[in-house]
Structure formats: C-alpha cells, structure tokens
Design a protein around this ligand. Sequence first.
Ligand SMILES: Nc1nc2c(ncn2[C@@H]2O[C@H](COP(=O)(O)OP(=O)(O)O)[C@@H](O)[C@H]2O)c(=O)[nH]1
Ligand SMILES: [Mg+2]
Length: 431
Amino acid sequence: MALKDWLGRIRAKPSEAETPLSTPPGQLPEPEPPQGAPTLPPAASPGLSTAPVPVPPPFTAQPPLARLGAAPEPAPFEIALTPEEEAALREAGFEAEIEAEAPQPPPAPPPAPAPLPTEEPAEAAPAGWFTRLRTGLSRSTARLTESVTTLFRKRRLDEEALEELEDTLITADLGVAASRRIVEGFRRTRFGKEVTDEEVKAALAEEIATILAPVAQPLVLDPARAPHVVLVVGVNGTGKTTTIAKLGQQYREQGLSCAFVAGDTFRAAAVEQLQIWGERTGARVFTPAKEGADAAGLAFDALTAARAEGIQVLLVDTAGRLHNKSALMEELRKVVRVIKRVDPEAPHSVLLVLDATTGQNAVQQVKVFKEMVDVTGLAVTKLDGSAKGGIVVALAQEFGLPVHVVGVGEKAADLRPFTARDYARGLVGLP
Ligand SMILES: Nc1nc2c(ncn2[C@@H]2O[C@H](COP(=O)(O)OP(=O)(O)O)[C@@H](O)[C@H]2O)c(=O)[nH]1
Ligand SMILES: [Mg+2]
C-alpha cells in the first residue's frame, strides 16, 4: 500500500477505540455506590478541608479493564462550541464535552467512586513489571514484527523495502517523522545490503532507543522547596489520580513528606478516590469544601498550608474536562496563577498524563495541553493494557518532552521510570 494511503488512514478521524472519553465496547457499568458511602466531609474553612476521611468504602478487586474509563459528570457550563472548536476537541479526545453539548437528560445520580485496586506491599510487586510492559506492548509488537518478518526474511534492503518498512512503522503509531528518521538511518547504514528480519529488528530497536534516550528523564524533585509542587494535568480517565497516588506512595517510601490536592472538584468520585489513596499512602489530602468548589482557591489554601507545615512534595490533581476547552484552559491557568502567588517558581513540574491505549490521540492531547499550561514532562499510563506503544516514539520525536514515568498496572509499584533501551527492545519484541 502506498505511503499516502497509510497517511490518509492514520490521519483519519480516530476510531472509537482510540478515543479515551468514549466508553469502550463491553465496558462494565460503573458499580453502584456502596451502602453508607462517604460524602465529602464538611470543612472548617470555605476553601479546603483535609483528610483523614470518615469512612472509605470497601475496596473491591476487579479485573482492571472493568475500571477503565471515566465516570459521567455534570456539565458545569453552558457555552456553545463553534464547528472548528468541535473538530479540534474531537481530535484531541474531548468527545465527551461535545456529547455534553447536546441537550442534557435530567442529571444522573452522583457517580460512584472509582473502585481502587487492592494494594500490595511495594516490595512484592516489581517482579514482572517488564513482562507486563511487554504484554501490554504485545499488540503493537506483534503487528510490527510480523510485518518485519514477512518483509525481511532474507532480502536486499532496497528502496521498496525501505518504503514498506516506513509504512509498517507508521501503522505501528510511531508517527511520520520518527518513521522517516528511522528509515533514513537504515538507508544510510544498510542500503543495498542483504538483511534478515532479526537484523532489522535489532537495528530498529537501536534506532528507536536513540530517539527515546533524550526523553527518558526522571522527574527530579527538589524537596528543599518545601513543597516541590507537581501539577498533574490530562484528559479524564488517562490516570492522573492513580499516577498521583502512585507517585505519592513512592515518595513516601523515599522518606519524603507528601500531600495531595483533590483539584478535580467537579467529580465527587475523583475527590473520594484521592482521599482513599491518601489514607492508604499516609499522605495528607486537601479536598474541596463542596463539589464544584473553586479549584484555584483549593490549590492556594493547600499550598499555603503545605508551606507552613514544611511538606516536601505537593501533588495537585486537576479536572480533565470541563464543558469545553476554553473553560478547562481558564481553570488550569487560574490554578497556576494562584499557585504562583504563594510561590512564584511553582508549579515546579507540570506532568501531563497520557493513556497509551489511545494512540495518535495522545499527540493531539499534548498539543492542546501545551497550549493551556507549560507542560514540563509526561507520564504514559496503561502500557500493560492494549497499548499502542509506538506512540511514545512519536511523542518523543515530535515534542521532545521528558517521559518521566510509565504506568504498567494499577498498583503503586506499577509506576516505573522510563528506560529507552528496555522500551525500544520491548516494542520490537526483543528480550
Ligand atoms: N491497567 C492500568 N490501568 C490504569 C493505569 N493507570 C490508571 N489506570 C486505571 O485507569 C482508570 C482511570 O484512572 P484515573 O486515575 O481515575 O484517571 P483520571 O481521570 O485521569 O484521574 C482507573 O481505573 C485506573 O485504575 C495503568 O498504568 N494501567
Ligand atoms: Mg482523576
């Protein structure tokens, strides 16, 4: 198939499966709230209240796929979208906002808190994380290696073979620019030579690792800032709250004092989810006084309190969607503005969380969020699911933003540093 046909395909409107906000087929409905589920505690100050939580609901271990996706939420604003805005939002994975534009049925009962996985001691979990990563990448890997194997069983690396290789890489979500760059590398070093599929895979892993190496950077904290503020942003359901909890647990294991800000104030479930994680990890949680309370005010109060207490790391959760893009942009910018009033250098990190199963959509999400806030790094989650692993290569090539951590499961220990060589080899199916 000609390159332009492939390009047409990948540029086509993302399928439902690629859209993080739509409900995946076969997804289980949200569970009913457990009897006696906690309501938000009344707060002493209008802007904030803090954990401990009254009664966390019982944890239920469920198959992870049942938990993917986001709970519905009320539409807080009534602003019409222009057709251009709608197109941009659809591309960026904000389908749900667009659906919310349609006349709304009467408000649904409040969403149940997202169920949480049963936590295991951190020491017990690391075994096998790379296996999970590889399993998650297996769909991408299978397609990639199948094509490479068929293409290169033993063949001269000629123009046609290179073109087919480029097509293969593009369909594996590596993006046009990275695919071209890799093929150029092949052209320079191996053109006209006879190659085997194994040689091609090894060379591919090397080229991919070269692209990934500059972005494989840990999230460096400066606890002396007391607190180092990490603002966590991203579309709903990508894993912001879970990533905050995982980071919090890991920081505490490193002996850092840590607090969470439940800044996704429109979703009671999101607030409760963070409270439960706070209980579990022993992190203090700043929660809104009531549903829909001003997130910026909450962040301001939380940062002021965290400073007074000498807390070293403050992880700030945010809304992943509001009624439209400009409402979300306004909210995030306001949060940043008020945080700066307390500490002009904060937020010290702005972590954008992306769901690896959404494929090319992630590229659009980076563009949209970069417009809204000064994104300093990425967390890529759900690499244990049916990840479209090539997307990380596309992101590295296009934006060069550090990839700090990857999520390979729902437990605290399933958040791992991103390592270029492991990832590249995993992606092409090499041990
Ligand atoms: N399998 C898997 N699931 C994840 C991962 N990270 C988050 N999730 C799940 O994705 C769902 C949405 O996560 P959540 O943190 O609530 O997303 P948020 O809306 O961005 O805050 C939840 O069911 C999480 O347990 C991951 O790395 N792997
Ligand atoms: Mg959340």
